[in-house]
Design a protein around this ligand. Structure first.
Ligand code: SF4
Length: 103
């Protein structure tokens, strides 16, 4: 018999929020850019995704997940890729002050 004592416990609670997302069942192409997409198409698509997020009951959970997992692509929790990158860079600069680049 397999020893499962070292496996993580049930993860259902961790992912429960995704079932409640306003984007559930929507075309993921609204939230993730296709290859070669340029402005202004990107700006329009991103704004459309953020509009969905604004009415989402799990926006905080989604945003927290995307930042914690350093999700590089798409709109998550109402934040675009560059917005999340900026937040993470600022957060990293605070938690690792020795690594702050001088600009
Ligand atoms: S916040 Fe946006 S991306 Fe996240 S679950 Fe809600 S609608 Fe989807």
């Amino acid at each position: 018999m397999s020893d499962v004592s070292r496996l993580p416990g049930p993860m259902d609670d961790v992912w429960q929020w995704q079932r409640l997302g306003a984007c559930r069942g929507m075309d993921s192409g609204v939230f993730f850019h296709p290859d070669g997409e340029r402005n202004p198409s990107r700006s329009r698509r991103t704004e459309q995704a953020k509009q969905v997020c604004r009415g989402c009951p799990v926006i905080s959970e989604c945003r927290r997940f995307a930042l914690a997992s350093r999700e590089p692509f798409g709109v998550w929790g109402g934040l675009g890729e560059s917005e999340r990158r900026t937040i993470l860079e600022r957060r990293d600069a605070v938690t690792m002050p020795g690594l702050v680049a001088v600009s």
